[in-house]
Design a protein around this ligand. Structure first.
Ligand code: ZN
Length: 173
């Protein structure tokens, strides 16, 4: 088990487009476990590999969000379909601690991906799972959720984020 340090906004690594995983190896399985451990340690609903500094197309979703007994490990996801109707849900991000903002996204999506055994899987997702999957899949393309906000909202959120960062730094000294 290993909890990895998080890559925090505005680290430029969060803008990288992650590369597909060509082969599922012991390293892939170790990375999946590290993602699960780190997500749990930080009480997140999901996490993408780039958030621990690995620019690879892998993400995990907490079991309670996925409605499965174990966390979902999703490799090389591809969005097959997205509904025209949208929902607005409050989103946060382990890489942007303390900031929660409403983001509008398709309400329902269908995603094809590989699991840790290399099998092709499909998920039809609605509700919090659909939101979480889209948020994490954005990370694989170098998109942090703040980019989905209107410019005004983003500027206000970033001002709060910077202020809060400065307050934390002042506390630490
Ligand atoms: Zn995130």
């Amino acid at each position: 088990m290993s909890i990895r340090p998080l890559v925090l906004y505005p680290d430029p690594r969060l803008n990288l487009v992650s590369a597909p995983i060509e082969e599922i190896s012991e390293t892939t399985r170790r990375l999946a476990q590290d993602l699960i451990d780190t997500m749990r340690a930080e009480a997140g609903a999901g996490i993408a590999a780039i958030q621990v500094g690995e620019p690879l197309r892998m993400l995990v979703v907490e079991a309670s969000y996925a409605g499965t007994p174990d966390p979902l490990v999703i490799i090389n996801p591809e969005r097959l379909q997205a509904s025209e109707d949208t929902v607005e849900a409050s989103e946060g991000c382990l890489s942007v601690p303390g900031l929660y903002e409403p983001v509008e996204r398709p309400a329902e999506i269908r995603v094809k991906h590989l699991d840790l055994e290399g099998r092709t899987r499909e998920i039809q997702a609605t509700g919090p799972l659909a939101v979480c999957l889209q948020h994490e899949m954005d990370h694989l393309d170098g998109v942090v959720f703040l980019r989905r906000l209107s410019r005004l909202r983003r500027e206000m959120a970033l001002r709060r984020y910077r202020k809060q960062g400065a307050a934390l730094r002042a506390q630490a000294t």
